[in-house]
Design a protein around this ligand. Structure first.
Ligand SMILES: NC(=O)c1ccc[n+]([C@@H]2O[C@H](COP(=O)([O-])OP(=O)(O)OC[C@H]3O[C@@H](n4cnc5c(N)ncnc54)[C@H](O)[C@@H]3O)[C@@H](O)[C@H]2O)c1
Length: 259
């Protein structure tokens, strides 16, 4: 799909742009002609990415759980056409063993942070603008040992629909993509556990795990004017894994620990 002319001259903000899906999304939008602010709590990483892209792109620090930090970021960007929020992480642990602060930490970034970004994106996006968040296959497919992440992403999928209803009358579209297992620094520890990727792949229709580019292409489409009648959507992009079942991550971790 070549959206290059559609994006030319648009101003975009990508949060979580220093790594993985955020970086691939920023690169795709830059190729299409967007002028991008690459924001991340890893500001050194964001600056390195900007150096790879060159002018006119810029880097900015942000911590999505801190409203003052998010407010300062949007003050710095000024009016925008595209906001992509990729900040997120997961932890693993059974509910009965998990310290409450570990649960809260994931909810804080993946759900509360997504709310704070949606709030300020909604105030800053121009008419015709678009917000895309990164939900997850785990927003609809449960995985034992991933209670916080599954709950946060299910919440983010619903938050996306509520925001689409509230911002639609102002001409702002709100969508999410829900990736399956994608090879990034975030999933490297899980991918290193024997059996996790293999079981994921067995439970896809297309027989492979994803790449950041697979997801960036969906983000690119949702951000483009080609998707101008598309809002309130959570787009599954997972090789068909939503039709089967999620791998038993916890089981594979316990098997490894017992060795
Ligand atoms: N990789 C996968 O398999 C997968 C699957 C489904 C959903 N996702 C989601 O996609 C998004 C991107 O994941 P990824 O795999 O590219 O991970 P990643 O770790 O490679 O990149 C995430 C980036 O977000 C930044 N970040 C994290 N917390 C932040 C915070 N509180 N404030 C500001 N920046 C923050 C990190 O510094 C990092 O640069 C996440 O929301 C993740 O939950 C990933």
């Amino acid at each position: 799909m070549d959206n290059s002319n559609e994006h030319a001259g648009r101003k975009a903000l990508v949060i979580g742009a220093a790594s993985g899906i955020g970086w691939a999304s920023a690169r795709a939008l830059a190729t299409d002609g967007c002028q991008i602010t690459l924001a991340d709590r890893n500001i050194d990483g964001a600056r390195e990415r900007v150096a790879e892209l060159g002018d006119p792109h810029t880097a900015a620090p942000v911590e999505v759980t801190d409203e003052a930090s998010v407010q300062a970021l949007f003050d710095q960007t000024g009016p925008l056409d595209v906001v992509v929020n990729c900040a997120g992480f997961s932890n693993v642990g059974l509910i009965t063993d998990m310290p409450v602060e570990d649960f809260r930490a994931v909810i804080d970034v993946c759900l509360n942070g997504a709310f704070i970004v949606a709030k300020h994106a909604g105030r800053t996006l121009r008419k015709g603008g678009v917000l895309v968040s990164i939900s997850s296959l785990n927003g609809r497919q449960p995985a034992a040992g991933m209670s916080a992440y599954c709950a946060a992403k299910a919440g983010l999928s619903m938050l996306t629909q509520v925001a689409a209803l509230e911002l639609g009358p102002r001409g702002i579209r709100v969508n999410a993509v829900a990736p399956g297992f994608v090879h990034t620094p975030l999933t490297a520890p899980a991918a290193a556990v024997p059996g996790v990727v293999e079981e994921y792949v067995e439970n896809t229709a297309l027989g492979r795990a994803g790449t950041p580019k697979d997801i960036a292409e969906a983000v690119r489409y949702l951000c483009s004017p080609s998707a101008s009648w598309l809002t309130g959507e959570v787009l599954d992009i997972n090789g068909g894994a939503h039709m089967k079942r999620y791998p038993d991550v916890m089981g594979h971790v316990m098997k490894l620990a017992a060795q």
